[in-house]
Design a binder for this molecule. Structure first.
Ligand SMILES: Cc1cc2nc3c(=O)[nH]c(=O)nc-3n(C[C@H](O)[C@H](O)[C@H](O)COP(=O)(O)OP(=O)(O)OC[C@H]3O[C@@H](n4cnc5c(N)ncnc54)[C@H](O)[C@@H]3O)c2cc1C
Length: 468
């Protein structure tokens, strides 16, 4: 058994539902179906959750104010926003109530603001309202001098991009779901009543399949259904993360005027106490290439300094890129094929972190009311990684501070290797604890972390003279 698997009785027998894909969408679907009483298995090809699009995003909890009016995405994002706000406390998930300020920097952009407000109101986000340049600057004193006017979106918030999906799948597992990793679905047969899915971990039998394979969703449809109604067109987004010194400059999400193609480059606080700038929107063929380009990063830094000039003085802590699973259409592609007991959840491009809970409810609705919901499901409290709430280092008995930049304790590292979904690789340890993600990026703590995770992760994380 892989380190992270939680089989709750193995993969034998017939599952009601197999969810393919452990991104945020698959994790939320596994939770929703488990709580609805379905015997559920999640199959993920990576060693951990978040091996695809969901590992790298801006972590904004969207209201859907700028989603296409009348779209499925708009409806599900709005529902999800409400669901997240309702459940985050029960799972101990952070919610940084930053609000957002959309800023116009040219006459042409300013002319678009009334239309943006009208669309927001049509989308049911009635608290969106205009502000003058002076009012915008009163909210964000560090704002660049050329801001002309703005729009305030009070309920755009910042959340934890990694602990939320971990919480969804952890709750599913705690209530009986099976999570199987390194389990790429390679092929499958439908016998008229159930699917038999071939994975490197064995054959999994399930009455229904939900394809939440993100960047590979169209390929899975093609391989198992023989056709796909859409084609994934990966859209890369590169980011620059500024040091925590930037937090005093930007305590709200700064949005640009969006174009028809992209929401544009934002300057945004993170719940970890940094400020990020990004993402770009670059079409590419590769579904896996998340490399960053120096010239693009320099352009992002210049853009950040145009919007908030003082950011030019703040050091950069990290850079990263993510891939949106966009399709040829702007809306989500959620398609049921009842005759084949199959639901595809595709094209969840740029709002999936927010939309996941609503998407999961919608998919359950398409599946139907087939089971008795769990009468009294278990809830678990997730460890807090948010800078604005008490962290483990400030409470007694934490063992030692292992990562001094992010103040990660030995107790946090040890806990990440246990629990409902233990980390199975180094990326999983980092996303569960913040270890090695601060200013030094692991320069000082890597050796100690390699000792603490020795034997628990694959591939092993070995550093120091003995390991070259
Ligand atoms: C740059 C950027 C910024 C973003 N900003 C935001 C934001 O601020 N707010 C927001 O709400 N959203 C944001 N998003 C969108 C959000 O990240 C995505 O919508 C979401 O991650 C999509 O999740 P998913 O579960 O559909 O796909 P994925 O995360 O790609 O998950 C699919 C999973 O399926 C697995 N898989 C694939 N094929 C198989 C197979 N055959 N067998 C088994 N497993 C398989 C993959 O390994 C992967 O783990 C952003 C995205 C990007 C890239």
């Amino acid at each position: 058994m892989a380190a992270q698997d939680r089989n709750n009785g193995g993969i034998e027998g017939l599952f009601d539902v197999a969810v393919v894909g452990g991104g945020v969408v698959g994790c939320a679907i596994a939770r929703e179906f488990t709580l609805a009483g379905a015997r559920t298995i999640l199959l993920e090809q990576g060693p951990d959750i978040l091996s695809g699009a969901s590992k790298a995003n801006s972590a904004i909890l969207h209201t859907g104010f700028d989603a296409p009016v009348g779209s499925l995405e708009q409806r599900l994002v709005a529902e999800s926003h409400a669901l997240y706000c309702k459940l985050h406390d029960r799972l101990n998930l952070p919610l940084l109530e930053t609000g957002a300020l959309l800023v116009a920097w040219s006459e042409a952009e300013e002319a678009r603001l009334p239309e943006i407000i009208a669309d927001a109101h049509r989308n049911g986000v009635g608290d969106v309202e205009p502000v003058t340049a002076a009012q915008a600057r009163a909210r964000v004193p560090a704002l660049g001098p050329l801001a002309r006017a703005g729009v305030v979106i009070p309920r755009e918030y910042v959340i934890d991009p990694w602990t939320a999906p971990l919480a969804y799948l952890s709750q599913a597992v705690r209530n009986g779901a099976v999570a199987l990793f390194r389990a790429a679905v390679e092929s499958g047969d439908f016998d008229g009543s159930a699917w038999h899915l071939t994975t490197p971990r064995g054959t999994v039998h399930a009455a229904h399949v939900i394809n939440a394979a993100g960047l590979h969703g169209d390929q899975l449809d093609q391989a198992l259904l023989g056709a796909s109604a859409f084609t994934i067109r990966p859209r890369k987004g590169q980011f620059v993360v500024f040091d925590k010194a930037a937090a005093r400059l930007v305590d709200t999400i700064l949005l640009p005027v969006p174009t028809t193609r992209t929401k544009g480059v934002v300057v945004c606080p993170t719940i970890f106490g940094n400020v990020l700038v990004g993402p770009t929107a670059e079409e590419q063929d590769s579904r896996t290439d998340t490399s960053v380009k120096q010239a693009t990063l320099e352009a992002l830094k210049a853009e950040a300094a145009r919007l908030v000039p003082a950011l030019a003085q703040v050091p950069v802590t990290a850079v990263y890129a993510g891939l949106r699973p966009a399709s040829e259409e702007k809306d989500y592609r959620i398609l049921a094929t009842p005759a084949r007991h199959w639901i595809t959840v595709g094209g969840i491009r740029s709002t999936g972190l927010t939309g996941a809970l609503g998407i999961a409810r919608h998919v359950l609705g398409l599946y139907g009311n087939r089971h008795a919901p769990l009468p009294d499901p278990a809830w678990q409290q997730m460890p807090n990684l948010a800078e604005y709430r008490p962290r483990d280092w400030s409470s007694p008995g934490h063992g030692e501070i292992v990562c001094h930049c992010e103040l990660v304790t030995r107790r946090e590292i040890e806990a990440a290797l246990l629990g409902d979904l233990p980390a199975a690789d180094l990326a999983g340890v980092k996303r569960r604890t913040r270890a090695m993600m601060g200013r030094c990026q692991g320069f000082y703590c890597a050796a100690r972390i390699s000792e603490l995770v020795d034997g628990a992760i694959d591939p092993p994380f070995a550093v120091g003279p003995a390991h070259g």
